[in-house]
Design a protein around this ligand. Structure first.
Ligand SMILES: *[C@@H]1O[C@H](CO)[C@@H](O)[C@H](O)[C@H]1NC(C)=O
Ligand SMILES: *[C@@H]1O[C@H](CO)[C@@H](O)[C@H](O)[C@H]1NC(C)=O
Ligand SMILES: *[C@@H]1O[C@H](CO)[C@@H](O)[C@H](O)[C@H]1NC(C)=O
Ligand SMILES: *[C@@H]1O[C@H](CO)[C@@H](O)[C@H](O)[C@H]1NC(C)=O
Ligand SMILES: *[C@@H]1O[C@H](CO)[C@@H](O)[C@H](O)[C@H]1NC(C)=O
Length: 332
């Protein structure tokens, strides 16, 4: 992943968080720069009252907070400095180790997920936005494998389930939020693993900076439809599938259904390599296109069109739609 980043914003219905070396080749006037950052962010969320939260990407050598609130023109570690102070040897149950996702949940609380240290490192943490204190942490140790990359979380509030993607060992994790019990489903299936191609960006296939091997990132972006009927998901190299949430939820309790769950998955849209998605109140999905520096809009019938294309939309990661119908795009 590239190393420097920043945050822009796109009005009309967009905002973006952008990148530092801007050129003016192809720019869209609807897009506005909201924030320019010294470090890449791979997620953003906002509250109706105007609070803005970001998650700073953890790339080699990066320091500082992982989750922060942008307030008074500065980034304040969130929920506090202590949670953001992890160093090897700290208690992984009470620190953010390597945060990979952050969002405002259906009950108004952002959750963060991360992998690495078993059994107590992988977890997601609920922070109460009124008290700004950690309210609950759900442990993911039992459903995290050594090579897992716990990636992103979405909620199905009516069913009280959370769905979590594992981009390292391809699978979807279904968690009962009440009990905290979780189960891996669709592990290693075509829908979570994707085509045998590495991810692609700016027109070329990517290698891992650490090992030089082709870079694969499996089940990653996902969304729940506004009526909670469908769960949409895709590996990072593209190809979006969907499954009715009723099957995901039932598979949580029924292991024979869980073993044949791929049969209930439908191909939905032939999406390109992607950094992140968002879904609007009508159920349209916005999906970044890391090759074309664009955002595509996927209609309810799975057909897609280019929504905005702009050279500043470099590696747009987890997007956010606020209550003023603006799309926030962290250009990571
Ligand atoms: C932001 O600045 C205002 C005015 O100086 C101050 O009252 C407020 O406490 C600050 N907020 C934070 C979160 O520091
Ligand atoms: C957050 O904290 C406030 C104040 O204690 C409380 O009223 C509210 O119910 C909490 N929110 C959730 C989602 O638990
Ligand atoms: C793993 O699951 C078992 C059985 O549900 C539970 O007792 C245990 O607390 C879990 N461990 C972790 C680390 O979540
Ligand atoms: C579990 O799922 C299987 C396969 O779909 C189905 O045949 C069976 O009736 C289900 N069991 C229960 C208790 O619903
Ligand atoms: C799919 O939906 C889009 C947007 O509503 C519409 O323009 C298009 O005609 C539809 N395509 C098909 C094949 O139904």
């Amino acid at each position: 992943m590239p190393h420097n980043g920043f945050l822009s914003s796109l009005k009309l219905s967009f905002l973006g968080l952008a990148f530092s070396c801007l050129t003016s080749a192809a720019t869209d006037p609807r897009l506005q720069v909201a924030l320019t950052l010294q470090n890449p962010v791979n997620g953003v969320s906002t509250t109706p009252s105007g609070r803005t939260f970001v998650v700073f990407a953890r790339v080699e050598g990066s320091t500082g907070p992982q989750v922060a609130e942008y307030t008074n023109n500065t980034f304040v570690p969130y929920p506090d400095a202590e949670w953001n102070s992890y160093t090897p040897g700290s208690d992984p149950t009470t620190h953010l180790v390597r945060t990979n996702g952050q969002r405002i949940g259906p009950d108004g609380s952002p959750g963060f997920g991360q992998p690495v240290i078993l059994p107590n490192g992988p977890k997601f943490v609920q922070v109460n936005l009124t008290t700004n204190a950690v309210q609950r942490a759900w442990n993911l140790g039992n459903v995290t494998l050594a090579d897992s990359l716990i990636h992103d979380i979405r909620f199905n509030p009516a069913a009280n389930f959370a769905y979590i993607t594992d981009a390292g060992v391809p699978a979807i994790i279904v968690m009962d939020l009440m009990t905290g019990e979780a189960r891996r489903v669709l592990e290693g299936e075509p829908s979570t693993k994707g085509a045998p191609f590495p991810i692609s960006g700016e027109g070329h296939l990517l290698h891992s900076a650490a090992t030089g091997a082709w870079q694969y990132i499996y089940a990653d972006q996902h969304e729940v439809s506004p009526d909670a009927k469908y769960y949409y998901f895709q590996p990072c190299n593209g190809g979006m599938s969907r499954i009715e949430t009723q099957y995901l939820n039932e598979a949580f309790h029924n292991s024979s259904l869980a073993s044949v769950l791929e049969q209930f998955v439908e191909p939905f849209a032939l999406t390109p390599s992607t950094g992140g998605t968002a879904i609007d109140a009508d159920g349209n999905i916005y999906n970044s296109d890391t090759d074309r520096l664009a955002i595509i809009k996927i209609a309810l019938n799975g057909t897609w069109s280019t929504f905005v294309q702009d050279d500043r939309l470099l590696w747009v990661d987890a997007m956010w739609i606020d209550d003023q119908k603006r799309l926030w795009m962290p250009a990571a």
